[in-house]
Write a protein that binds this ligand. Structure first.
Ligand SMILES: C=CC1=C(C)c2cc3[nH]c(cc4nc(cc5[nH]c(cc1n2)c(C)c5CCC(=O)O)C(CCC(=O)O)=C4C)c(C)c3C=C
Ligand SMILES: [Fe+2]
Ligand SMILES: [Fe+2]
Length: 320
């Protein structure tokens, strides 16, 4: 039976312009899985207030990190998929949950090539209803309309997979070997509304487990590291502690050097490059901090490829 891998990431604007950002934010924030408010309330607010106000500012932020080949999230995701295709010896397609390349086109193209079994890997190490579940829903929607459905394996998360922990811990170890250790390591994950945790979304618990396992793999003591959450959106209470608040406070507590790593982001993107490597650096230095370093995401590194291959191979074994 002919197999293929489908990697799915979030999606990103096609250009760093207010127009392209508006289109992206409308689709992303218009997803019920992301903002579960009543449509009649949310859509007028989204279309009439949030995207017109937010798009110019966010477009400017994208301009600051844009690469020659496009948005970092798209560029690194593409490179990862291409390298995996070469190494895994089977077709690998990349799709985005929002925007291009879209999931439906990617699935249909694989079926056209004769693929009958899909290994779907959302590029989210930790499961959340806002990300992973939305990919699953969209996949189900696409398959529901097909006359002949392929088999598929869906990787819900890999937050405690030994190959994931080793990939992240290894990249931190490499960084420290070259540049020395800081006083504290912050493990920063994308936030979610606090409410999602009470509703049973396992995201928070998975972030805690990932962070503990990474710290343990590095042999860190309790004072050497901290779990924080970033990228808060809107007025509601989100998971804490907030990365930016911790950075303001640390110099007052006598911590002058920090490294920040974002293990929940498979590849670098706006949230890591602009928010963490850019804005938050200024916050820490302004608050009196002396040394601030961002440790890059796994991107298309050999460590990330080893991890992806482990997930694919494990899947193959289970489903034959
Ligand atoms: C209600 C709003 C949001 C939720 C919930 C949310 C969850 C969530 N997001 C990621 C990963 C990424 N988010 C990115 C950008 C981004 N996220 C939100 C809002 C929510 N995210 C917005 C509005 C944006 C766009 C930028 C902005 O307007 O501030 C990105 C980067 C995209 C890029 O193009 O680089 C990623 C990746 C996760 C993992 C997650 C839940 C766990
Ligand atoms: Fe987000
Ligand atoms: Fe952000």
């Amino acid at each position: 039976m002919s197999r293929a891998v489908l990697l799915v990431n979030l999606g990103t604007p096609t250009a760093p312009t207010p127009r392209a950002v508006r289109r992206y934010l409308r689709e992303f924030l218009g997803d019920r899985r992301v903002v579960p408010l009543p449509r009649a309330l949310w859509l007028p607010l989204l279309y009439g207030v949030i995207t017109p106000l937010r798009s110019p500012r966010v477009a400017k932020a994208y301009r600051g990190i844009w690469m020659a080949e496009g948005s970092p999230l798209a560029v690194y995701s593409r490179r990862l998929a291409e390298s995996l295709a070469r190494e895994a010896g089977l077709p690998v397609a990349l799709a985005m949950r929002y925007g291009e390349p879209d999931m439906e086109t990617a699935v249909k193209e694989l079926l056209r090539q004769g693929v009958r079994k899909l290994t779907v890997i959302p590029l989210y190490p930790q499961y959340s209803q806002t990300t992973t579940a939305s990919v699953f829903d969209r996949l189900a929607e696409i398959l529901a309309r097909l006359p002949a459905q392929p088999g598929f394996c869906f990787r819900s998360d890999y937050h405690d997979h030994p190959a994931y922990i080793e990939a992240v811990a290894g990249s931190i170890r490499d960084f420290w070997q070259r540049q020395g250790r800081p006083e504290k390591l912050l493990l920063s994950f994308h936030g979610l509304p606090e409410k999602s945790r009470r509703q049973g979304d396992p995201y928070y618990d998975q972030c805690v487990t990932s962070a503990r396992l990474i710290a343990a793999a590095l042999g860190l003591g309790a004072d050497d590291w901290m779990l924080v959450f970033q990228s808060r959106f809107g007025p509601a209470r989100w998971l804490g502690p907030y990365c930016v608040e911790v950075l303001k406070r640390l110099p007052q507590e006598g911590v002058w050097s920090v490294d920040v790593v974002c293990p929940g982001f498979a590849v670098d993107c706006l949230e890591t490059l602009e928010e963490i490597a850019g804005t938050n650096r200024e916050v820490f230095l302004q608050a009196g901090g002396r040394q601030y370093r961002y440790i890059p995401a796994l991107n298309d590194s050999p460590r990330h490829l080893t991890l992806m291959r482990a997930l694919v191979e494990e899947n193959d074994e289970r489903s034959t």
